[in-house]
Design a protein around this ligand. Structure first.
Ligand SMILES: *[C@@H]1O[C@H](CO)[C@@H](O)[C@H](O)[C@H]1NC(C)=O
Ligand SMILES: *[C@@H]1O[C@H](CO)[C@@H](O)[C@H](O)[C@H]1NC(C)=O
Ligand SMILES: *[C@@H]1O[C@H](CO)[C@@H](O)[C@H](O)[C@H]1NC(C)=O
Ligand SMILES: *[C@@H]1O[C@H](CO)[C@@H](O)[C@H](O)[C@H]1NC(C)=O
Ligand SMILES: *[C@@H]1O[C@H](CO)[C@@H](O)[C@H](O)[C@H]1NC(C)=O
Length: 711
């Protein structure tokens, strides 16, 4: 009984002191602060850093499965944040990864969608970055950066009619000049915020108060491509002691005087001390606190309750001003402060977070996955063009899944090669599914476009064209299987680039008596090259893995010819058996071992490469047209990685144990000469095979290497 009386009387006093009642809602805490000039303003940015795959797959993170790996559920984050924002109109939250938000959004009821639109319109929920993921900046291609950002921004524009203003690259492992240029100049972001810059650079910038700069990364565009860049003084988490995820060990603000652990004054004191420490390394009287961390706000009230109290009591104290903010509000305040900013040019690479901890290992981690992403990126471009040219009605399949998979793959733990193996497999699976749907688009569009040209009505059958995705291992059944007498194999070559292109096409064939004609019926010059044993062995192994069939014997030859294709267009070639047997064997391969000269020169055109006939090493490149001659030395070297000496070498960090070891300085070689290309085949060791190609009409040479495990 006595207990009950106590509670009532406490609530009554609390009402008098703290409740602020409007006409409809009563809020217990005054959290409506905005920027106060002349005071130190602490901008609280509520955020959750949600990796689009890392220790778990993107699906596992979204639904919150496999929590024994990492307790992370993005669906919970979004569900609970939206409820918390509606409880107090002063609260704000920023969200970056549209691959997650999009999934969540399409699952919501129309009523929830209305509420969320209100939150966005009121500025309580702000999309920052707004791409499909928070892309890596070193191993991504700039076209992929644009594509994945476009995907997210288009969704935001369509659903909310908003354009994100702030770049939020808080976690990527260093920052590129291209990023600053693309996001600053092209996208119209006015700020970009990040945590990871070199530790020594950061230490110096703290002393000089140059963590925040105007970043002008492009020599070409200068000040027309600048952006306000904010490197955080510590990390993207809050200052120590202000981390409020449910079940974490933190000290809550306890403002009930009847509680034994009542601590308002202490917490306010801690807050002000942390703010002053940060202000000491920051220009202007605005500092940003990143109130969040990886997969936080799974119970958003846990954070917002504490922040409500802190804002209320800190502002009541009055020494500093705390407010709910966003990167855009923060940047406006910085701009209004009219402060000159230091200038930063070029990039923030490489990134080290401590001695011997250079995050440069990921530049080459999982190279096969990097290649796959790059190849599909080009294919995605071509597929979208063809889809557009033929019209969606005429095509089957779609490019949406490939766009989605590529968007996810640009994440800073995806193409970077730093995700777990099962997550990387999941990325590859998404790409493969997306690619097969895009392949249907390409086949049906090309069929329609080529038959339209012939005046035929197109009905988009998928089987009209076959595509060979495993040409790299000489697997292409339509060309291998042989061309019947008196029939032609029709080959369509598409050029997605905006300029004319002439390139050598290589297809695997078993017949050395073929003729290639262009669409006007002119004979095209051809060359045959024997399929080498390395390719044949890879084919044997991988066709079983990828295609699930035991392959026939590898085709005997590569048939080469030069295709010329107009910009955004295609050219058609017809391949058939020649009537005159044996006539077409000009340009057949010739193995040529070293002659008695010191050097051997290869190249059917102006460009010549010279190899030492003794060691087999490439020694010189010479262009007989321009007269430019360059001495060259080429070697393969390998590092043994540092393990057990403190910082280990790994997927992220490159730390060699010793200076590099040279594989071999003496390499036997085989030369293949022909009218279109000369090739030099070299086996540097049992695990390195290299083919150097010099084309008749190219000013550059091409080196393709196949590298296996170091033995
Ligand atoms: C995730 O959980 C599922 C279901 O429990 C399990 O089959 C799977 O092996 C788990 N994945 C990983 C990578 O642990
Ligand atoms: C402020 O910065 C100076 C110079 O870096 C340092 O010596 C001092 O300890 C700092 N003060 C606080 C309160 O962090
Ligand atoms: C061939 O290409 C496929 C698909 O792009 C790729 O997965 C595979 O690793 C490549 N194989 C070799 C030996 O390069
Ligand atoms: C592309 O090639 C065609 C045919 O050779 C030529 O007429 C045209 O001018 C070229 N276009 C460009 C942009 O080079
Ligand atoms: C390929 O291997 C076979 C035997 O495995 C050998 O007879 C042949 O000479 C090799 N061909 C080339 C081009 O190295």
């Amino acid at each position: 009984m006595a207990k009950k009386v106590t509670i009532v009387s406490h609530c009554f006093s609390a009402f008098l002191l703290f409740y602020l009642c409007g006409t409809v809602v009563c809020v217990k805490y005054n959290t409506g602060a905005s920027v106060v000039p002349g005071k130190l303003n602490v901008h609280l940015i509520a955020h959750s850093h949600d990796d689009v795959g890392w220790l778990k797959t993107v699906d596992q993170y979204y639904v919150g499965s496999n929590n024994s790996i990492q307790g992370a559920c993005v669906e919970n984050v979004l569900d609970s944040v939206v409820v918390s924002l509606q409880l107090n109109q002063n609260r704000k939250f920023v969200f970056a990864e549209m691959a997650f938000f999009h999934r969540w959004w399409v699952e919501q009821t129309p009523q929830t969608q209305v509420q969320v639109r209100k939150l966005v319109d009121a500025g309580q929920l702000e999309f920052i970055n707004g791409g499909w993921c928070m892309h890596d900046e070193a191993t991504t291609h700039y076209i992929d950066m644009i594509d994945q950002t476009t995907l997210g921004h288009r969704f935001i524009k369509n659903q909310f009619n908003k354009v994100p203003r702030a770049g939020w690259q808080i976690d990527p492992f260093g920052h590129s000049a291209v990023q600053a240029y693309l996001l600053g100049a092209e996208l119209g972001f006015d700020s970009v915020h990040f945590a990871r810059i070199d530790y020594q650079d950061r230490a110096k910038r703290k002393v000089d108060k140059t963590l925040e700069v105007v970043w002008r990364s492009s020599k070409t565009f200068g000040s027309s491509a600048q952006i306000f860049a904010n490197a955080f003084p510590v990390h993207y988490s809050p200052p120590s002691g202000f981390h409020f995820e449910i079940n974490d060990d933190f000290v809550p603000v306890q403002d009930d005087p009847l509680l034994f652990d009542y601590n308002v004054e202490q917490r306010v004191k801690d807050f002000i001390a942390a703010a002053i420490t940060q202000a000491n390394v920051t220009r202007t009287n605005h500092i940003m606190w990143t109130m969040g961390d990886d997969f936080q706000y799974q119970n958003a009230e846990s954070w917002f309750k504490q922040m409500d109290k802190l804002i209320h009591y800190v502002n009541k104290d009055g020494r500093v001003n705390a407010l709910y903010s966003t990167p855009s509000i923060y940047t406006d305040a910085k701009n209004a402060a009219n402060q000159p900013w230091p200038l930063k040019t070029d990039d923030y690479f490489p990134y080290a977070d401590g001695p011997n901890a250079y995050w440069t290992g990921y530049f080459t981690s999982r190279p096969a996955f990097k290649r796959y992403v790059r190849i599909l990126s080009g294919y995605y471009l071509a597929a979208r063009q063809l889809e557009f040219f033929a019209g969606k009605k005429s095509t089957v399949g779609h490019t949406i899944d490939l766009g989605d998979a590529l968007g996810v793959a640009q994440h800073h733990d995806a193409v970077s090669g730093t995700a777990k193996q099962h997550t990387t497999n999941d990325y590859a699976k998404r790409l493969a599914i997306g690619a097969s749907r895009a392949e249907a688009v390409v086949s049906s569009s090309l069929y329609c476009l080529t038959s339209k040209k012939l005046g035929v009505q197109c009905s988009a059958p998928t089987s009209a064209f076959s595509q060979c995705q495993l040409l790299n291992i000489s697997y292409c059944p339509p060309t291998e299987d042989g061309i019947p007498q008196a029939k032609s194999l029709v080959l369509v070559v598409y050029n997605p680039l905006g300029w004319n292109r002439s390139d050598i096409v290589r297809i695997p064939v078993n017949d050395a008596n073929l003729v290639v004609k262009d669409s006007l019926g002119n004979n095209i010059e051809t060359q045959y090259i024997e399929v080498d044993n390395v390719t044949a062995n890879l084919r044997e192994f991988y066709v079983k893995v990828y295609v699930g069939v035991s392959p026939q014997q590898a085709p005997k030859y590569w048939l080469l010819f030069q295709a010329s294709v107009p910009p955004l267009g295609w050219s058609t070639y017809f391949i058939s058996k020649t009537a005159k047997k044996g006539k077409n064997r000009i340009g057949f391969l010739s193995y040529q071992s070293s002659q008695n000269k010191d050097t051997i020169e290869v190249g059917p055109g102006n460009l010549k490469l010279s190899f030492s006939s003794e060691s087999g090493q490439l020694i010189r490149m010479h262009n007989s047209k321009t007269g430019v001659a360059v001495p060259i030395q080429q070697s393969y070297l390998w590092y043994s990685s540092s393990q057990g000496e403190g910082q280990d070498s790994g997927a992220y960090i490159f730390r060699p144990h010793t200076p590099p070891n040279i594989v071999s300085r003496s390499v036997p070689f085989k030369i293949i000469r022909g009218p279109l290309v000369d090739e030099v085949h070299q086996e540097f060791s049992s695990w390195i095979y290299q083919v150097t190609r010099v084309y008749k009409d190219k000013e550059h040479s091409e080196i393709e290497y196949t590298v296996s495990h170091i033995v």
